[in-house]
Design a protein around this ligand. Structure first.
Ligand code: AMP
Length: 360
């Protein structure tokens, strides 16, 4: 089987590492030949060579939604999940409208252009979160606004979503996988902790009632959207116990990196099984697990040896050029209990970010 991947980032890198054991070949389409997945692919293609790439692939999936529209159009007949889902994910407005139309629970929101921002903020009522329609990820292109006066200098014609600021009890996510015949499995729920809009760490959390509701929601959404592949759903658990969808992603997700060590089959392997027509693997949790992102650090900026001394800790290093707050790698940890995992996460955080952890 020859699998094409749109995007050369770490999600593609982990998909290839996991897919090698199934004997697949991987072709990556990305501008950068040195990106993590491009470097380990059997072949790398720049976007100009999309036709040749398409002809050589049996199936094409995406690890990144910000692919040019012309590229998506050219590969759409071989795409799993459907190219329309990737297109939907490129626009927060389209994503919100789709979920709203289907009747899923969301924070209150309105959308419009920059010239209408003040009215939109007043309509929802501060504090609100203003989010750019496109290229918004890892906290980029979004601002918490407590007063209408703070809203200025944004593009007049640009589209934005304005939504209520949710004073949540926790952020959680569930990732589902669906095959071509409609079989669905879901990965265990995780509780996620962000810092300035970027995921910093997460771990599996046993909350049967919340998980049951989240799993039902993810299954129903995967059916409504006819996903073949993965769907990650990030949710806010409000203080009165309601679940609201923050975001969805039809691809491998950062909150599922723990599945490489925590579940019987990883999100990456199950993505490949789903899009290649193979039976889905078990998503059972082998042991409580968690993950810490390595943000904006090089291998010289911390001690990998100290991390690896922690029993059950695994280092994943993507080999990217260092930039402030960029996702450079991650550490997975497993333990006998959720408490043990939490203690290990704290230890990893203190080794990676000694200044920040001392402050808190
Ligand atoms: P996003 O890029 O939309 O996933 O946002 C990144 C993070 O910003 C989320 O995981 C939350 O921690 C925070 N955030 C986004 N939207 C809201 C909201 N409406 N209310 C409170 N926090 C939010």
């Amino acid at each position: 089987m020859r699998v094409g991947i749109l995007g050369g980032g770490q999600l593609g890198w982990m998909t290839i590492l996991e897919g090698r054991k199934l004997g697949f070949e991987f072709l990556v389409l990305d501008k950068n030949p040195n990106s993590p997945a491009s470097r380990i692919a059997d072949r790398w293609f720049p976007p100009e060579k999309v036709e040749e790439f398409r002809e050589l692939c049996d199936v094409i999936t995406a690890e990144f939604e910000h692919v040019e529209e012309e590229v998506l159009e050219k590969v759409s007949e071989k795409m799993r999940p459907r190219a329309e889902l990737i297109l939907m994910k490129r626009s927060r407005v389209e994503e919100k409208k789709t979920l709203f139309r289907l009747g899923y629970p969301l924070p209150r929101f309105v959308w419009g252009t920059g010239s209408e921002l003040k009215e939109m903020v007043n309509l929802i009522g501060p504090p609100v979160v203003v989010k750019r329609d496109s290229m918004g990820y890892d906290g980029k292109g979004q601002w918490r606004v407590s007063s209408v006066k703070e809203v200025k200098g944004l593009g007049e014609d640009e589209k934005f979503v304005v939504e209520e600021f949710v004073d949540f009890e926790a952020e959680v996510s569930v990732i589902g996988v669906r095959d071509m015949w409609g079989n669905i499995r879901t990965f265990p729920l995780t509780e996620n902790h962000h810092s300035d809009g970027i995921l910093l760490h997460n771990r599996t959390r046993t909350t049967p009632e919340v998980e049951r509701e989240a799993v039902e929601l993810v299954k129903s959404l995967m059916e409504d959207l006819k996903v073949v592949g993965l769907l990650a759903v990030e949710l806010f658990l409000t203080r009165n116990g309601k679940l609201l969808i923050n975001e969805v992603a039809p691809r491998p997700h950062n909150t599922g990196h723990y599945t490489l060590d925590g579940t019987e089959t990883s999100q990456f392997e199950n993505l490949l099984r789903a899009v290649c027509g193979l039976p889905l693997g078990s998503t059972r949790l082998k042991t409580p697990a968690g993950m810490v992102n390595i943000l904006g650090l090089d291998l010289e900026d911390f001690s990998p040896e100290e991390i690896l001394k922690i029993e059950g800790a695994k280092l994943y290093w993507y080999g990217k050029e260092k930039r402030p707050r960029r996702k450079m790698g991650h550490v997975n940890v497993v333990g006998r209990s959720e408490e043990e995992v939490s203690v290990k996460i704290k230890k990893v955080l203190s080794l990676l970010y000694p200044k920040e952890t001392k402050k808190s």
